[in-house]
Write a protein that binds this ligand. Sequence first.
Ligand code: VGL
Ligand code: ZN
Length: 283
Amino acid sequence: MFSTGFWIAIAAVIAVFGLAVLVGMNMKRIVRFLIRVDIQNDFCEGGSLEVKGGGLIVALVNKLSQLGKRVGYYHRIIDSQDSHPADHGSFFTQHPGLAAFTMHTLNGLAQMLWTVHCVIDTLGWQFHKDLDRTPGIVDHTVRKGQDARVDSYSAFYDNGREASAALKAQYPFLGQATGLADYIVAEADKLGADEIVIDVVGLAFDYCVAFTAIDARTIVYKGKPVSVRIIIDATKAIANTPEQIAAKVKELEALGIEIVYSKDVINEMTARAAAAVSPIMPH
Ligand code: VGL
Ligand code: ZN
């Protein structure tokens, strides 16, 4: 009663739906975050804790941010801001007789003594003037280092996160969270994520960027550690020998952190933009 053509048409419709279901099952929704670490005047040229070439990353960070937002690659962008009281314990000026860039102990933790930097409400604390901080670009700003008793390199936790139980009992303020991990998980949930990818850029590669990436890697989402990448050419280091930087890269890779280059990330973004305009390509 039905023609062969009819049955072929039915079979074709079933095949197309079946394929769509299979493709759909394999499509994991990846939600991507970009953390821009401490791109503040004191870490740039002329700042009190200048990282050589610090300001030179700003144009690239803006490009990654703007293109990333425009094509829907980055869902959320976060700035961290080193934010110290004037009497912060990491400043060498708080330890009479000791010099900057020497090691000391602060409330039980090994502490590099720094020059006075990123004191709240000073010019050095402010973000680089060219960093694109418009509301369409930056979704969240997280301050760190506000407790004078402990330094905070990571945007997630202060430097006491891994202190022994005995030390934490003696100094109960060690290991405080900034709330950034909770923010990321809450936003990922809101966006219906299956997986989270966190990219990290900023200053300085071997301190705040590295510690932020290491702590990001401790986030477990839907039973799996999140993917963490450092876009290394969008960072600058305090260390000045290639050997020191290579050693840090090795240490980070051993912790499962990927070191990537901006050109590859930008290629992913443009490939994604091209796929989005094609009616048949899933993306
Ligand atoms: C940093 C040293 C002290 C950084 C912050 O942002 O890398 N380094 N405070
Ligand atoms: Zn600091």
